[in-house]
Design a protein around this ligand. Structure first.
Ligand SMILES: Cc1cc2nc3c(=O)[nH]c(=O)nc-3n(C[C@H](O)[C@H](O)[C@H](O)COP(=O)(O)OP(=O)(O)OC[C@H]3O[C@@H](n4cnc5c(N)ncnc54)[C@H](O)[C@@H]3O)c2cc1C
Length: 453
């Protein structure tokens, strides 16, 4: 009898397993594919490994502006993929050894739910039955393949790709059409633009980068237009066939040639294929509904990570799982989402947290906004010839607290956590201004922006 059984070995599942095992709970982790889930094997980590290679390639080709001459810079896509695979292998091996150290029993195979009786939950993997007092569902998410004519056939022939296939592509396509200008689409557009593909991004909405601050997504788009990416906004894809993507917009019907097509229109929680209905767990709009403790409507059954559809980011998954295990161990804990940062690892990077000017307006919340050029930062100037980044801070004018921060520019991914901590701890603006930031660093920009208010 296990204290906790966990379905899915992605960030939500393996983190919960590690914490539970470490806390002395008898823990079972079931994974049907690869330990590490989407994030380690076909998401966060492999995409960042590729983007780092692209960044080095960009730096090598544009180093003259910094007084450095290079010649003969070239990209070897096979070597890039081989290195990415090595990074993934090493990280997955690390997770496996941590699970072992935490005395977690790991079972490979599809976990299927049998039911819950007298508070005991039963699952099977193949012919073997497992029982536990609690079940954490951490089955994650999968790429949505839209019902566009030609999409499924293209996927079967290798013409159409999802995140899974594109991160293993060992040739550089002459042209790539990206359907969907969200974070995943933009990161892949960025990589293939750097390594030489002709990239077109087709987006249904009037802006790229989803809920990202509008001014920041406009700057990002302009940067990539300068680098040669074509953006087609407010456009609907009608078909994918014969080496082309057909779409329409207010100006009429069009077709753009493509050697490969990436579909990145979003992800959906995995709630099918393992008899979830046998537990009577409440599902709404395709996601498992949970409270702030990760608890579903069924006692002893929890759901964390992408499967609950709240944030669909690995770091949100980690924290949600931590909350579940802390509460199981009698340490009161709740999940808060006000200060969950999100990052786009393009070049320039984007780092965001909290409210935007637009979200405040939509919620009828009062806010005060200051936006400054990243060139206020000495280090940014020193390292970015012609950089046009900005840092935007959003404050609650009554409580005098930071409620949002949005940065486009170098190190945005690393420094956004500073703003997240200031939001989470509800520090007063006057107190933040008294912090001494190291100089010259790009992080100083957050403090500087607050002085513009
Ligand atoms: C290209 C890409 C880039 C991304 N980049 C980032 C990023 O930079 N930062 C970030 O925070 N997030 C990023 N994400 C999102 C991130 O990958 C997810 O938020 C994260 O993986 C969610 O973790 P999870 O554990 O909920 O689910 P998953 O990682 O999807 O893991 C779920 C696991 O459950 C297994 N499983 C499913 N059903 C069963 C079953 N019945 N039995 C056994 N096992 C089962 C699956 O095989 C899978 O391994 C990215 C995603 C993609 C696709």
């Amino acid at each position: 009898m296990y204290d906790i059984m966990i379905l899915g070995g992605g960030p939500a599942g393996y983190l919960a397993a590690e914490r539970a095992g470490h806390s002395g709970l008898k823990t079972l982790l079931i994974e049907k594919r690869f330990i590490g889930g989407v994030c380690l094997n076909e998401g966060c980590v492999p995409s960042k490994a590729l983007l780092h290679s692209a960044k080095l390639f960009d730096i090598a080709r544009h180093s003259e502006a910094y007084g450095v001459s290079t010649s003969g810079a070239a990209i070897d896509q096979r070597a890039v993929i081989a290195r990415k695979n090595k990074v993934v292998r090493n990280l997955v091996a690390g997770i496996k050894s941590q699970l072992k150290a935490s005395h977690v029993t790991v079972v490979e195979g599809l976990g299927e739910i049998v039911g819950r009786d007298a508070g005991i939950i039963t699952v099977t993997v193949g012919q073997t039955t497992y029982q536990g007092k609690r079940l954490l569902i951490a089955t994650g998410s999968e790429a949505i393949v839209p019902p566009i004519p030609g999409a499924r056939e293209g996927l079967a022939s290798g013409f159409v790709l999802t995140n899974r296939e594109i991160l293993d592509l060992d040739t550089i396509p002459e042209s790539l059409v990206v359907v969907g200008g969200g974070v995943i689409g933009l990161e892949m557009a960025s990589y293939f633009n750097s390594v030489g593909s002709k990239v077109t991004v087709i987006e249904m909405l009037g802006k790229i980068a989803g809920p990202t601050d509008r001014e920041i997504s406009t700057i990002l788009q302009k940067n990539y237009e300068k680098k040669g990416i074509t953006f087609v906004l407010e456009s609907k894809v009608n078909a994918i066939r014969d080496g082309a993507v057909e779409f329409e917009n207010a100006a009429g019907k069009h077709s753009v040639p493509a050697v490969k097509v990436l579909v990145s229109i979003g992800r959906r929680p995995v709630i099918a294929g393992f008899d979830l209905e046998k537990l009577g767990v409440y599902v709404d709009k395709g996601r498992i509904v949970v409270d702030e403790h990760g608890q579903t409507n069924v006692p002893g059954v929890y759901a964390t990570g992408d499967v609950n559809g709240v944030w669909m980011l690995a770091h949100a998954a980690y924290r949600e799982s931590e909350v579940v295990i802390n509460n199981l161990m009698g340490r009161h804990d709740v999940m808060r989402y006000d200060a969950v940062p999100w990052v786009i690892y393009t070049n320039p990077e984007v780092g965001c947290v909290g409210e935007t000017e637009e979200s405040c307006k939509a919620k009828g919340m009062a806010c005060q906004v200051a936006s400054i050029s990243m060139n206020y930062s000495g280090r940014y100037m020193a390292e970015n010839a012609g950089g046009d980044g900005i840092c935007k801070v959003v404050i609650d004018p009554v409580r005098q607290r930071l409620i949002g921060c949005h940065i486009i520019g170098s190190y945005a991914s690393e420094i956004i956590v500073v703003a997240a901590m200031l939001i989470e701890t509800q520090m007063k603006i006057a107190d933040i201004k008294e912090f001494v930031f190291p100089h010259p660093t790009v992080s100083e920009i957050i403090r500087e922006a607050l002085f513009q208010l």
